[in-house]
Write a protein that binds this ligand. Structure first.
Ligand code: ZN
Length: 146
């Protein structure tokens, strides 16, 4: 279990130091902002959606290791997914980090399961995901976790 925990931490720090899909997305047709005042995490998410499919995704912002790694892993995971499947993944991920679901089928996202032991960190982990939901719903108001 300790080995697994170390591997998880390594993956989180890897995505924190070198976030995937980081930067503004040219050609994005959906955009939303999220803010977690509890920790100070900020994220701007860009999506390119065509025919109900997320063709491309990127994010900008600044935040803690958990929020950055979660946004990085999320953009990797939702690319190529249908909108409905991305929202379904959000439900499963939310269940994972709040401890109501297992890591089944979640692949690398499982590395964030540890936040369930730190309730304040759950908002860091889910910020990008709620921002993705807002982007898909074309919500203009910034998302806040409060
Ligand atoms: Zn945070």
């Amino acid at each position: 279990m300790n080995d697994l925990r170390e591997l998880y931490q390594e993956t989180i720090f890897d995505h924190y130091r070198q976030p995937r899909n980081f930067g503004r997305l040219e050609g994005a047709n959906r955009r939303a902002e999220g803010y977690n005042p509890l920790c100070g995490d900020k994220v701007t998410l860009y999506l390119q959606v065509e025919d109900g499919v997320i063709k491309d995704a990127s994010f900008e912002g600044s935040g803690c290791a958990i929020s950055t790694a979660s946004a990085s892993l999320m953009t990797e995971n939702i690319k190529g997914k249908r909108e409905a499947d991305a929202l379904h993944l959000l439900d499963k991920f939310h269940g994972l980090v709040t401890g109501t679901a297992t890591a089944d089928d979640l692949g690398k996202l499982a590395v964030l399961a540890g936040v369930r032991e730190f309730p304040q960190r759950v908002k860091c982990a889910t910020l990008a995901w709620h921002t993705m939901q807002a982007a898909l719903a074309n919500v203009e108001e910034p998302v806040t976790t409060e």
